[in-house]
Design a binder for this molecule. Structure first.
Ligand SMILES: Cc1ncc(COP(=O)(O)O)c(C=O)c1O
Length: 363
């Protein structure tokens, strides 16, 4: 077998299968059925399972139960926000690049999606200010913690300035932070919402902390926005998956979730290190983000005009890379490559990046 015979997939940003606590979750399903079975199997509050809403309110300083809505994954919450607050023709700002599915949601709502260049410490503030003044956007979507697809973590200063600039224009900010608790290096930054609790809604999810199949995400915001979302949610799916929420409530009560997050950090930290070290060793001529957490390292090819040839050659070398156009609102990917690392062992990461470097030099 040649060393390139094995397919290496840097395609989807999914958790490592070995991180799933299948037996534990199965046992917890039985326990919560015994304890809350009748109410979890019945239609219930569209805002989610109250005990879990209380716990999430504790996670978000200054929040109460009424500021929290729990839905079926955070992406659906984003779709509800888009449907509620965006009219066709409204401008929505996103980082450039940004999460492809979020861009799809805004396009589907009829928005004119504009990108704000993302730098190593967060969005370019001059560009943001100009777009805010010229386009009066309805909404800014931002992922300040270990962004998908780049891995960028915004600085505290930029978070504060983004919150201030958007507040001046009355632009709603959606802060999407599913990777926030997966920090492998460095110190935590304040949330954007902490600078403007009235004007920022913050979303997160248990997809990366337990497993996406739980389909549990949440949003914290001012009670008016949460009320709007609750009506929309009830008219859409009546009640979210209470069984999953009951299980997560139990996992938090037991202290299991906190331990699991520590285990995830121990699993993923060496994978991030392997990615960064291998890039330095095998592809030093490229540019990349010194990510400190999350699932991704964003890579820029040294010459974007060779990107499509690079992708063709990479495929022949059994490398599966995600195409990057979807991360850019104007679909111009400019030689960007997203490298998700959690689902690969450090050895496979090293071999994958060695191939990436070789493919580039062969061009
Ligand atoms: C930034 C971001 N937001 C939202 C989601 C969707 O998460 P969920 O599974 O909670 O819908 C993802 C998933 O990859 C993501 O990267």
């Amino acid at each position: 077998m040649k060393d390139t015979d094995q397919k290496i997939s840097f395609d989807r940003g999914v958790p490592a299968t070995e991180s799933f606590s299948v037996k534990k979750i199965g046992a917890v399903a039985k326990k919560v059925m015994d304890k809350y079975g009748n109410s979890l199997l019945q239609y219930g509050d569209a805002r989610g399972f109250s005990p879990l809403r209380d716990k999430l309110a504790d996670w978000h300083e200054g929040s109460v139960r009424g500021d929290i809505l729990i839905g079926n994954g955070s992406l659906q919450i984003l779709d509800m926000i888009a449907n509620l607050y965006i009219e066709p023709g409204d401008t929505v700002l996103v980082e450039r690049p940004s999460y492809d599915r979020a861009i799809t949601i805004f396009n589907r709502a009829g928005a004119e999606v504009q990108g704000v260049k993302l730098e190593n410490d967060g969005p370019n503030l001059d560009k943001l200010e100009t777009l805010l003044e010229t386009h009066h956007p309805e909404l800014l979507y931002t992922i300040p913690d270990f962004q998908n697809p780049t891995g960028v973590c915004a600085s505290a200063r930029k978070r504060e300035e983004v919150a201030e600039l958007t507040a001046e224009q009355g632009t709603l900010v959606v802060e999407d932070s599913p990777y926030r608790k997966l920090r492998y290096r460095g110190a935590e930054k304040p949330t954007l919402r902490s600078f403007n609790p009235e004007g920022v809604v913050q979303m997160s999810s248990f997809s990366k902390l337990i497993g996406p199949g739980m389909r549990v995400g949440w949003v914290v915001g001012n009670s008016e926005t949460i009320d709007d979302l609750a009506v929309y949610a009830e008219d859409t799916y009546i009640t979210p998956s209470l069984l999953s929420q009951g299980m997560i409530n139990h996992l938090i009560e037991e202290g299991w979730l906190e331990e699991n997050i520590k285990e995830l950090i121990a699993l993923y930290k060496p994978r991030l290190e392997a990615t960064l070290v291998s890039l330095q060793e095998y592809f030093p001529e490229a540019g990349w983000v010194q990510a400190q957490g999350g699932f991704f390292v964003g890579l820029w090819l040294p010459d974007s005009s060779l990107a499509s040839k690079f992708y063709d050659r990479a495929e022949k070398e059994n490398l599966i890379l995600s195409t990057s156009e979807g991360f850019f609102p104007d679909c111009k990917a400019e030689g960007f490559v997203r490298l998700p690392f959690p689902a690969l062992s450090p050895d496979l990461i090293e071999e994958g990046i060695r191939r990436i470097g070789r493919v580039w030099r062969d061009l």
